[in-house]
Design a protein around this ligand. Sequence first.
Ligand SMILES: [Cu+2]
Length: 479
Amino acid sequence: MASERTATEDRTLLNVFGTLVAVTAFLLAAIGVVVFVNKDATTSSATAAPVAVTLSEYKIGPSAITAPVGGKLEVTNNGTMPHNLAVTNGPKTPDIAPGKSAVLDLSSLPAGTYEVTCTIPGHAAAGMKGTLTISNSASASGSAAGGDTGHAAGGTPDYKAMDAAMVAGADAYLAAFKEFGTGIPTKGRGNQLLEPVAGPDGVKQIDLTASIIDWEVEPGKVVKAWAYNGQVPGPSIKVQPNDRIRVTLKNDTPMGQDIHWHGISTPFGQDGVAPISQPLVQPGETYTYEFTAPSRPEMGMYHPHNGGEISVVNGMYGQFQVGEVPLPTGRTISGIRQPDNYNVTQQMPMVLNDAGNLGLTLNGKSFPATDPIVAKVGETLQVTYHNEGLQCHPMHLHRVKQLVVQKDDWALDSPYYVDTLTICPGERYVVLISPAADEVGIWAWHCHILTHAETDKGLAYMVTAMVVPPVPERGRSAT
Ligand SMILES: [Cu+2]
């Protein structure tokens, strides 16, 4: 979808970035705090109650923590992925799962001011940094029970600043779309179509290399992603029923690999679950899968089975499609007559993730790096949602309805319309989106778990847009 960007584009980008950087700098100035945690809170003879500290994506609340000498912090993870709290050169909590807490004992620290961070790679750079001031007189001033609300430390949220950030972010996104036809440009695009051609032996060859790469999830935020062929999601593979397929996997990661063809009917020996159906493919090794594609259409995904809690959430996944999805042409669904031929102009995966180094992403990117999708009146967009994360996500598209035609590999006997479709881990759904003449505009398309779509800096994470041209001016109706 998105093309390589040029030097000219990069220059223009700088303008967009200028705005974002200014906004970000302003917001970061309002954050900043310190925290630490420790699991062993057993002996708490200290009279002072622990100071409450919260962790979330990607902040520490409050950002300026105050605690008495000999005190403790009670650190709660209100986020959606593991976090920790570490005093630089001091004590640290273990990684805390979402919804869990840990106590960090500060008794080893003399009075002074310390830096605190989350030490999970990328999290401090993304904003999980703060200060901890330990003093003899302090009575835990930064410690409202229940933690912060995710806003400025210790007081009323700065709603004006939040609004300003939201407007600036959304404007920059729309400007980038106008300029480049993408979200705010970032390096790398996933889901690049791989349609293998049969060789002389009649077998379609697919080459996949697994490695750890630098991946720009959102402008300026580069994380260590685990990837196939250097992209997140990996190549979108499409073959036809009964094709003979050979997949050569080269493992350039430090962990044993295998590839499970999730949802695709394969013989046992090709199921990709080491060590049950195959040996583990060791670092540096190459391994070959070969099987005949099922005789009926199937919509699957491929990912490692071994160590998936590391490699899959960090980016090793892709769509694997066999044949064409059967469409309910000519039928009447909820009183709406379906066309005899859908004008399908785009087939696209929408891969959901919410964990690992990538965090809350659509197709490997977080807003504002997510590309808007253009669908003209009279066209049909065929989207396959794949959930490769750890949570269910209710994906909501404003105004234009989604017709659910397939669940996993199975075409539905009774397709149905939704405006919000919940996709849980491992699931796939195929939807058709056919904008009508009175549905022109720019429509938000996002996960409706609100903390997956917004922060106090504005729209974020699992948000994209569907653009149905011609777009009326802001605040104007088309009709
Ligand atoms: Cu979500």
